[in-house]
Design a protein around this ligand. Structure first.
Ligand SMILES: C[S@@+](CC[C@H](N)C(=O)[O-])C[C@H]1O[C@@H](n2cnc3c(N)ncnc32)[C@H](O)[C@@H]1O
Length: 248
């Protein structure tokens, strides 16, 4: 499921709140653990988290397999690309190979729930591990089963956008689906255009996620609270979304 152009346009303006909110928390955590200012942003989307780290003096590499999402990431971070502080690649989180190691790897806004199944998640962990320096940190968030079981419809209507977000889960297939559709105003022509995208999330068992990370070779795996990454979560299945901090 690769996000298409219209949805990428909508995402770049109306779905960026999460990465903007969590970027300072991740920055604080990583800078307390690691003085090496470089980060790989896996499934970087439209590049808001990359932008935050770039403004903090980091070098950032972003990977995403949607060219339409990367278009926005490159546009937002153009000046940093020109000064060789940022680079963006179209690649798959399961198979990427950059021939380089990073002190920090991050993936936000449940991007890894978008992988097809447990095997894909394990493949991704393997690639991440191979791209991490010794003692490097991998931090990412996941929606839990509890978070993905909440179905419902959310409607937003204002001058810029008329949007409907419908969510439903199919626990028997370990999947949850969200349909994003509506009309959004084009900034230059002021004409409204339609978008319609169905995004799926895979439901993982949190204990399996921990097990896969240890099996890959990580020496420490901790679940952390969304609003406070220093606060450990002992029972991740009781949360709707958690951060996972794994150390190589
Ligand atoms: C919900 S968005 C999150 C984007 C960004 N990390 C953020 O915080 O806003 C999920 C992103 O993951 C990307 N993605 C999903 N599966 C991928 C894969 N297998 N390889 C690379 N990117 C992937 C999508 O194209 C999309 O940009």
């Amino acid at each position: 499921m690769i996000y298409g152009k219209n949805f990428a346009d909508v995402y770049s303006k109306h779905l960026i709140h999460f990465s903007i909110q969590v970027a300072p928390r991740i920055f604080k955590l990583l800078s307390s653990k690691n003085t090496n200012k470089e980060i790989l942003d896996l499934c970087c989307g439209t590049g808001q988290l990359a932008y935050y780290f770039l403004t903090k003096g980091y070098k950032v590499t972003g990977i995403d397999f949607s060219e339409d999402m990367l278009y926005h990431a490159k546009k937002l971070n153009k000046s940093f690309i020109e000064t060789e502080k940022a680079e963006f690649y179209c690649d798959d989180a399961r198979y990427f190979s950059l021939n380089k190691k990073y002190p920090n790897i991050v993936s936000t806004y449940d991007a890894l729930n978008h992988l097809e199944d447990d095997l894909s998640l394990q493949q991704c962990f393997q690639q991440v591990f191979e791209h991490l320096e010794e003692n490097g940190i991998f931090i990412f968030d996941l929606n839990t089963k509890l978070g993905l079981s909440k179905g419902g419809t959310f409607i937003r209507e204002d001058e810029a956008i008329f949007s409907i977000i419908q969510s439903m889960s199919e626990p028997s297939r370990n999947k949850a689906f969200t349909r994003y559709y509506g009309f959004v105003k084009d900034d230059s022509s002021h004409v409204y255009y339609k978008y319609d995208e169905v995004v799926y999330n895979t439901i993982y068992k949190m204990e399996k996620v921990r097990e896969y990370l240890y099996d890959t070779g990580f020496v420490s795996v901790e679940f952390a609270h969304l609003n406070n990454l220093l606060k450990r979560v002992e029972e991740p299945e009781k949360e709707e979304r958690v951060f996972i901090i794994a150390t190589k």
